[in-house]
Design a protein around this ligand. Structure first.
Ligand code: ASP
Length: 285
């Protein structure tokens, strides 16, 4: 067992060479934010939310502040959070005017009877969340780092707490020049992210292709069927490539703290930390 554990990616794609170290540095910062919560006994959900919130707020990755605009020049954000132990999820899709959709997704999961909200309804739910004091804003539309005193591309993480409970996130501005209202895989349970009591996975790549193979659920199934976690990650990417010809990336972590990652794209800045902060592992793909 190597717990707690966190594995974080900053998006798979054709990164420009000079942007890879910038993305990797932000992914490392985010992983440390999440790991600090885990190592002091915090929950996987708190760690996954804070880690993802960091990446949404850094402005260097395709999520939150740094999200790519749609063809109308507006940011429309998609995000999901999953509580693997309880098999619960919350997601928001094509939401405008906010910076941190993952916190809103958690509100959907924890404070409503629903699992998915889209567009203007999601935006209104954000106002309700704020009026109830669920989170505090640093400025309008941007949430304060909620759980700490201190303070590309699609982002996502899998956090496993000391109790072996798994949380997964994915957060994105989507693909370049997407039409208004377009939603990709990222907020779709099973496709863009998945977690249960055994294992979690989160994906990045061209959403229209990832949904067709339900990539994250498939990856976890491969692991449940007996593949090693690295093999399960590789098999998920092979499935996507075989059935759609596309490129993507995936990171996975299991309840005992094993992790895997795989991509057939040029780069996918990824960081894993397990047991203690000195065990940090950095990968450019
Ligand atoms: N999966 C995201 C989407 O299709 C994009 C990405 O991973 O960069 O919206």
């Amino acid at each position: 067992m190597k717990l707690p554990a966190i594995v974080v990616h900053g998006g798979a794609g054709s990164w420009k060479d000079d942007r890879i170290p910038i993305g990797l540095a932000e992914v490392e910062n985010a992983a440390k934010v999440g790991f600090r919560i885990l190592e002091t006994g915090g929950s996987c959900l708190d760690a996954a939310e804070a880690c993802t919130l960091y990446m949404e707020s850094c402005g260097k990755l395709n999520a939150g502040l740094g999200a790519r605009p749609n063809s109308d020049g507006e940011k429309e954000l998609d995000a999901i959070i999953i509580d693997g132990f309880e098999l619960k999820t919350g997601a928001v899709m094509a939401v405008k005017g906010i910076q941190n959709p993952t916190s809103l997704a958690r509100y959907v999961m924890e404070e409503t009877e629903y699992v998915m909200f889209a567009g203007e309804g999601a935006r209104r739910l954000y106002d309700r969340m704020m009026s109830e004091g669920y989170r505090k804003e640093a400025e309008h539309g941007a949430i304060q780092m909620p759980l700490l005193e201190e303070g590309g591309d699609t982002v996502g993480c899998i956090a496993v707490d000391v109790g072996g409970r798994i949380a997964a996130t994915s957060s994105t501005g989507g693909i370049s020049e997407k039409l208004p209202g377009r939603v990709g895989d990222s907020p779709v349970f099973g496709a863009g992210a998945y977690a249960n009591k055994v294992c979690g996975a989160t994906a990045t790549g061209y959403g229209e292709h990832i949904v067709r193979v339900v990539m994250c659920r498939m990856a976890v199934q491969y692991y449940e069927n007996g593949a090693s976690i690295q093999k399960a990650s590789d098999m998920a990417i092979e499935l996507l490539e075989r059935d759609t010809g596309s490129e993507a990336g995936i990171v996975m972590a299991s309840a005992n703290g094993d992790f895997g990652k795989s991509t057939n794209a040029k780069a996918m800045p990824t960081v894993a930390i397990r047991e203690n902060i000195d065990s940090i592992e950095r990968f450019t793909r």
